[in-house]
Design a protein around this ligand. Structure first.
Ligand SMILES: CC(C)(COP(=O)(O)OP(=O)(O)OC[C@H]1O[C@@H](n2cnc3c(N)ncnc32)[C@H](O)[C@@H]1OP(=O)(O)O)[C@@H](O)C(=O)NCCC(=O)NCCS
Length: 217
């Protein structure tokens, strides 16, 4: 069983997070961009870390090496028992009453296991705890995986930004989810968590550490 930790990004993980960003988005944010996020009190940046049983020693091994070990196809009998890998990240900015989700990504080798759902759950739960009222984000209309995930959490289309994405020239859909402080949102969050948790367990993950806020709130 591989342990899964959900926690705020720290300086030590900057190289790994830039590597994951490159893999998932082709370099959306630079290293200095992530450094700025770390410094900003309005930015909540969470990471998912996979750790083997003896993997508490740090974050030093190259991602590719660690991922081979943690990949579902890896031979667990022969793989060395080592260290942690960053396999997911999610970020939102709190702007007045709004949670603006800026990044959500899961390493391609680890998708379809419930990790994206867990990350989005954690971002929204954190936003709710911070008393924010609604969440919003931009997404490519062609990104069916992301659209479906956001719809699951009750996001609806609220508009479009024309030719927003420089790489493809695509419009951005603006998605919006209100009512973060309402009771039905709490229930929806609990259901989404439960579903992700069961799926992750089925896929061999154990959630060993769950901390959203940098200050440990
Ligand atoms: C979007 C993303 C984060 C989803 O992560 P994931 O770990 O694969 O998602 P999960 O396994 O938690 O799936 C949760 C839900 O997402 C949706 N989903 C995920 N992959 C999907 C796919 N290939 N097709 C359709 N829906 C999909 C489904 O609604 C799914 O729930 P279901 O299986 O009960 O139908 C992931 O595909 C990713 O990192 N993509 C690249 C980066 C990106 O585009 N980020 C979004 C920017 S706005």
């Amino acid at each position: 069983m591989t342990f899964l930790k959900l926690k705020p990004l720290t300086l030590e993980q900057l190289n790994a997070v830039v590597e994951l960003d490159q893999l998932c988005f082709g370099g959306l944010w630079t290293r200095s961009g992530y450094e700025r996020e770390l410094e900003s009190p309005n930015s909540q940046l969470l990471i998912l870390e996979a750790a083997s049983e003896q993997g508490e020693s740090g974050f030093q091994a190259p991602l590719s090496e660690v991922l081979t070990q943690n990949s579902p196809t890896a031979d667990s009998e022969t793989a060395p028992n080592r260290t942690n890998a960053l396999i997911g990240l999610g970020c939102y900015w709190s702007i007045l009453e709004e949670a603006h989700i800026t990044i959500l990504a899961v390493h391609p080798d680890y998708q379809h296991q419930g990790l994206g759902q867990l990350l989005l759950y954690a971002l929204l739960r954190d936003a709710k705890k911070r008393r924010l009222e609604w969440a919003t984000l931009e997404v490519k209309p062609s990104n069916q995986a992301a659209l479906s995930l956001y719809q699951k959490f009750g996001f609806i289309e609220a508009g479009r930004r024309r030719r927003y994405y420089k790489d493809t020239g695509e419009d951005a859909l603006i998605l919006w989810r209100g009512g973060l402080q309402k009771q039905d949102f709490e229930e929806m969050l609990a259901n989404c968590y439960q579903q992700a948790h069961q799926r992750l367990h089925y896929c061999g993950w154990q959630l060993s550490h769950f901390r959203e806020s940098r200050d440990g709130e």
